[in-house]
Design a protein around this ligand. Sequence first.
Ligand code: SIN
Ligand code: FE
Length: 292
Amino acid sequence: MTAQPDVLRRYPDTEWGKGPSAGLELEVEQGRVLVFPQLRFVLQPQEQRFLDAKWADGKAKNISLRATDGSLRGAVGEEADRVVLHAMLERYRDQSEALVARLFPHYRGVLRRGNTSYRPVAVEGRETSWRKDDSRLHVDAFPSNPVHGVRLLRVFHNLHPDGAPRRWRVGEPFDSFAVRYLRGIPRPVPGSAWLLQRLHVTKARRSEYDHLMLQLHDRVKADLAYQREAPQLAVEFSPGTTWIVFSDQVLHAAMGGQYMMEQTLYLDPDRQQQPSLSPLKVLERLTERALL
Ligand code: SIN
Ligand code: FE
């Protein structure tokens, strides 16, 4: 069974800052994966050496450039290596931002920069708990990071030097997924949002929206029958491919691959071209109450 008719949309762009595609807000807001098979992030000769998992420090699975202070995290290496790696992540960030500014003119000036990451570690064989296991279909939601309905727009790129694709599964539309699990989710315990913040489990108050998104994330990952039998599409992103998705909306699972870039951007749902398509509005419609 397939995920959603037309879940993948392909575009012929070959450059980040200019090209034929524009005005794709409604495509991405409808939960489609925008795929650019010829939009390559070109490594400089001095960056080729980073195509090796040894550069990850082993504590974090990613090397990241933090949006808040511009610092590089999760990497080993001498200062001279780190300078080159830092510049590589900055270039990916700048090219991703140029791309989204061009594709989504409606979001211009209102997208906020999130972290940039480089993921040099192979997906296959990563040991982890079921809750952190991203090879299970899920929407992105993070326990310590309440977002209050803010959207997660992500720009991915497969950098693999030897032809290995990034292999994903993509699931059914957000609303049909939410309907399956919503009824079983209890309301948050009164006072729990306050307590979680007080104990620094969360960095901000966990809204009812965040509570529901986390529960959806956990329940779908725990449901092995769903993982096996639910509508889904296997997708392979070849090296040199860039793809863009609202990862808080599109059910996805990473099944294989190595060496990927990712840029996160944040968007307030009321700045969407069609705010009613946001997970916040969908969940508010389904629960018939305000969730912020
Ligand atoms: C994820 O967002 O779940 C992981 C994506 C990937 O590593 O390809
Ligand atoms: Fe994810």
